[in-house]
Design a protein around this ligand. Sequence first.
Ligand code: IPD
Ligand code: CA
Ligand code: CA
Length: 277
Amino acid sequence: MTSNYSQQLQIFLDVATEAALAAGVILQENYRKLEHIEEKSRPGDLVTEADKQAEAEILKVLNRHVPHHQILAEESGKLGQTDSEYTWAIDPLDGTTNYAHGYPISAISIGLSIKGVPQVGVIYNPFRDELFRAARDLGASCNRRPIRVSQTEELSKSLLITGFAYDRRETTDNNYAEFCYLTHLTQGVRRSGSAALDLTDVACGRLDGYWERGLKPWDIVAGIVLLEEAGGKVTAYDGSPMDINSGRILATNGHIHPHLSKALIETPALSEWESGK
Ligand code: IPD
Ligand code: CA
Ligand code: CA
């Protein structure tokens, strides 16, 4: 990779940082003062004025710096040049349910893919004032300090995190069985309500692994770069290369990756699990 390429990534990283910090101000200003909480696709899939205002602010910054790029934003959909090799995946508020309840676990996630491959990621949690940044081959940091994944090697010693998509009431493939099985095999499985923060917390070694289904590119593009640059591994559940449009992600410190992959593949059905088989 040329240094020109790295310099270009550094510029995009700074653009994403500017946008995330500006959106962070909006999330702080609206926190616990919401007037409009609406449901989107399904019961429980919420959107607030903070999601919309934060997204508008991010789009303003991107339009100023990279007007010819393509954008995939959660609240506005596809925007910009559809034939561009550069696609920004934007979640202006990841953890909307938490935010709407006044539970301060939410973040802004801004990722850039080039030719379909995640290259730049910024995730900002305004409530802890934690700014996670990464670009391909340039490393990952939290508040400008380098971050690294954990060294945990055994599933039995690991602390994991996962989530449950909004369609969980409509499918038996809802991650409940995997949650129970992995809770049994590990020191615990957490559920934060923000996929972006789940990825940052594996990237900085607070957690050892994360998996989830039903995700969108705006939930994970930024976090994938962060985790890989922090020394972690991201694949499909079965260990094959990750497809950012598949909705499924297995993201770990690398050491527990084969063990968590195996457990996900061999997870017994919930009915078998309950009867103690
Ligand atoms: C959600 C969060 C949550 C995950 C859901 C996502 P939103 O995003 O990342 O952790 O379990 O699948 O949709 O709706 O808060 O932006
Ligand atoms: Ca999200
Ligand atoms: Ca969101």
